[in-house]
Design a protein around this ligand. Sequence first.
Ligand code: PYL
Length: 277
Amino acid sequence: MTRLKVADIKDIEKQLPQYDDELVRKTGTNLRGIACFAVGVGEEEIFHNIAAVPAAVVPITAGQGIITGFSTAVKAILEFIGFKVFVTKLADAAGTAEAFERGSRLIFMADDNRFVALNIKRCLVVDNAAATGKGFAAALELMSGGVAGERVLVLGCGPVGFSVVESIIRFGARVSVYDIVPGYSLALREKIEAQLKTRIKIEKDLKRVLSEVRLIVDATNAAGIIPEEVISPRTYIAAPGMPLGLTPAAVEKIAGRLLHDPLQLGVAAMAIEAIKL
Ligand code: PYL
């Protein structure tokens, strides 16, 4: 998993209203709407839950330590979709205790290995990677007008890619996957076949497959692997991967048919997943 940089997250809070407008323009619904669609709940049924579950974000100093602005960005996203939330004054165990003591029942925390939401009352752990995959798969479904019966290429067979494949299969698409490490795509195919009894295709030639497909999810941490020449007027790309996999010319050409953000969709999907009944 790529560790976010301060530059990736410093403008999230102030740009949330315009990002929400962008989501409505591209997908027909807003950040909370996409998260609810991704998780499979109705916005009306979840609304009172959101208000009923006070949340907290706990900074974690483990590993490479705190990313300046990370906790405040997570708080801003949660507030934007309706949660009551605070960032604890303390970090780590003391911060977790502070969250409990100040009444929160939904605790968000991230170290270098996992970013999780803990629903205390329900003893539930929701993982950001899994939720991000669901969120971006749902966004592609909405933005493209539907993937059922279509071929979707998923780049990157890590935890986010796996979650994308699960969701995209559930939306009725035919899935091809590519990873620079063949073992990762093989492992993903085996897991999907065992769990969903569905065959997926492993692609070996990235250049060729990019020229063949028009629906792509970039869940890699590779920059610049999607060039301008593969973008057609019918190409749609959902890109949870950091850094963005499209070249600047490809970004220019795809215009309104690209969805990419460093935290917003994943955090929103995580939070809704953590409180759904
Ligand atoms: C959760 C993000 C999404 C992409 N990469 C993941 C990442 O950067 N993980 C590290 C998060 C560290 C947070 C730090 C803090 O400020 O509490 N421990």
